[in-house]
Design a protein around this ligand. Structure first.
Ligand code: C2E
Ligand code: MG
Ligand code: MG
Ligand code: MG
Length: 286
């Protein structure tokens, strides 16, 4: 392709294409669920004490009729802007708790909440009703919230968090360490879990410095009585580093990619079988 690199016209066609795609996605998001284009993927969260899976995070997937798979990093912000995130978030909670209701009781479910969902009055009541509908105990659910949710909607977020926690739901601060005010949020909101952002293990050129930061986060979390999950663990090297830093749990491609509900059930069954019949050394994740 002959391009005039750096000239303004080089960007124009792609800018227009982007705009068209964006408009199309916004329009199609409204009916994506009805057309059956949404599904959930579940990614394992592993305890680093015994290397067993003790939870899964539900992650939304969109298979667009023309564009194919669209990443949540692209469509979640569009759903937020265009005001359709609340019904989509409810669909996620309903579907995920239906699936998780079949898991053993020791396995927890995490779902992500978007900032805009806190605008909806009665978010806590709606979520609790969905759990009850599916006979899924609230104390098996963790809701993951990023800092932006709190920045944008302080008061509403706090009352939702308190209401959910009163019923046993755990609250995780997602992507910890990427925002502007992480530390102050730890003291202002009653969290149960801190999820340490994947950038600390994955993109850091200066491992030694990054590891000191991870260790300090874990130390602080422990003092505050919070659980820690290291995100984005892709290699044994990553795993070794977060273990040494004192993280309690971990999530990442090393343990498993986000997978279908059926694959996730198989994984749980294998782990159960493994724990019952094989010596610990031959466990799947040992
Ligand atoms: P998140 O909640 O921080 O989820 C973790 C993201 O990291 C997921 O991306 C997951 O696939 C990815 N990931 C996990 N392990 C690894 C790894 O080892 N390496 C790499 N490179 N990536 C890893 P995904 O599924 O594309 O989701 C991106 C973001 O979209 C999520 O970040 C979350 O903020 C948002 N999202 C996804 N599903 C939902 C949803 O149902 N509701 C809302 N509100 N947001 C969602
Ligand atoms: Mg998350
Ligand atoms: Mg995260
Ligand atoms: Mg994220």
């Amino acid at each position: 392709k002959k391009t005039r690199r750096g000239s303004a016209s080089f960007y124009t066609p792609s800018f227009e294409t982007d705009l068209l795609r964006r408009e199309r996605l916004i329009r199609d998001l409204k009916t994506a669920e009805e057309r059956g284009e949404f599904h959930l993927a579940f990614q394992p969260i592993v305890s680093l004490d015994d290397r067993t899976i003790n939870g899964f995070e539900a992650l939304l997937r969109w298979q667009h009729q023309d564009f194919g798979p669209v990443s949540p990093a692209e469509f979640i912000p569009l759903a937020e802007e265009s005001g359709v995130i609340s019904p989509i978030g409810e669909w996620v909670a309903r579907k995920a708790s239906q699936v998780a209701a079949d898991w053993p009781e020791t396995i927890r479910l995490s779902i992500n909440l978007s900032p805009r969902q806190f605008d909806e009055p009665g978010l806590a009541a709606t979520l609790l009703a969905i759990l009850a509908e599916n006979r899924f105990a609230p104390d098996r659910l963790t809701v993951e919230i990023t800092e932006t949710a709190l920045i944008e909607n302080d008061g509403a977020a706090l009352s939702v968090i308190e209401r959910l926690r009163a019923e046993g739901v755990r609250v995780a601060l997602d992507d910890f360490g990427t925002g502007f005010a992480s530390l102050s949020y730890l003291t202002r909101f009653p969290f149960d879990v801190v999820k340490i952002d994947q950038s600390f293990v994955r993109h850091s050129e200066r491992h030694r410095q990054a590891d000191h930061v991870i260790a300090s986060i874990c130390d602080l979390a422990e003092k505050l009585g919070l659980d820690t999950v290291a995100e984005g663990i892709e290699t044994q090297e990553h795993l070794g580093r977060v273990r040494r830093a004192g993280c309690r749990r971990a999530q990442g491609y090393l343990f498993g990619r986000p997978e279908s509900a059926a694959d996730c059930a198989t994984r749980i069954a294998l782990q159960t079988l493994d724990a019952a019949s094989l010596p610990p050394a031959s466990r799947v994740f040992a």
